[in-house]
Design a protein around this ligand. Structure first.
Ligand code: GLP
Length: 271
């Protein structure tokens, strides 16, 4: 596991975007797993900048998003702050600014009549695309990846899940309160890639910022692997793993000096 500690959110975002850009340059038709939430916004802004200023080409890139709320749909007629779908988030924060082909974008359909069928279709589509080359991930306040809430099996596949009270509270503060949407109208279910699905990705890039996440970052990276912190499954991944943190998110790690040392050695010796 490469644990990289950057000074602040801007540096973290630049570093993460560079990893994604090198993946695209080395394999122009790569399959990217993408995430939502406030954390990746800076990374997406940097990718958009690289597209506009440096010609980073997304024309062959294929993407699969981690998750989508159940019961919502992309509604471009609504103002952005009223459309809670992750499809809208991705459109506004990344897709509308780059040259990705709409047919190469995959996000679970939150309004499908047969959500379980969508889950199976999603698993098949990822497999048929050759698997995910690089999966970008944030970290939920309760230690989740996607919407794999505490208690989810670490081998889980794409499925329909219920959101925990903490996730509903986080979502309310982050979105619904600002949009004046009543708590009762918030989606309580989602379709999410499973932990097993995520672990199948060849490479994982997890980004976390802010002191609010410091305790859960320490549990995830240095605590036991447990279904109570589903992102702790990162410790089981067999491919390339990069975790990029800002100083605040890294502040509760017991071994941060060691991670900094390893990182500087690797840089020095070009490893
Ligand atoms: C949601 C998403 C997760 C994301 C998390 C953290 O729960 N389903 O994929 O990692 O939010 O969001 P934020 O980055 O806003 O803290």
């Amino acid at each position: 596991m490469d644990i990289i500690i950057k000074e602040d959110y801007a540096q973290l975002s630049r570093y993460a975007a560079e990893i994604i850009a090198s993946q695209i340059k080395s394999k122009p038709d790569c399959v990217l797993g993408l995430a939502t939430g406030s954390t990746p916004i800076g990374t997406y802004q940097e990718l958009v900048r690289m597209h506009k200023e440096d010609g980073l080409d997304f024309s062959q890139v294929r993407t699969f998003n981690l998750d989508e709320y159940l019961g919502v749909r992309l509604d471009l007629d609504k103002p952005y702050h009223m459309d809670q779908s992750y499809a809208r988030f991705m459109y506004e924060e990344l897709f509308k600014h780059i040259n990705i082909k709409p047919e190469n974008i995959h996000i679970p359909d939150g309004q499908a009549k047969d959500p379980k069928g969508v889950c199976q279709w999603y698993e098949d589509a990822i497999r048929n695309a050759g698997g995910i080359d690089l999966q970008l991930l944030g970290l939920g306040g309760d230690g989740h990846w996607g919407f794999n809430e505490p208690g989810t099996s670490l081998g889980s596949r794409t499925s329909v899940v219920a959101l925990t009270k903490q996730t509903l509270d986080d979502n309310y503060e982050a979105f619904y309160k600002k949009a004046n949407i009543a708590r009762a109208q918030m989606p309580h279910f989602a379709i999410t890639m499973g932990i097993g699905t995520i672990l199948d990705a060849k490479n994982i890039l997890m980004i976390v910022n802010g002191s609010r996440k410091a305790a859960v970052v320490a549990k995830c990276l240095e605590g036991p692997v447990t279904s109570q912190i589903t992102a702790s499954a990162i410790q089981l991944h067999s491919g390339g793993i990069t975790v990029v943190l800002d100083e605040a998110a890294a502040s509760a790690l017991a071994n941060s000096d060691h991670y900094r040392h390893v990182e500087s050695m690797k840089r020095q010796y070009g490893l």
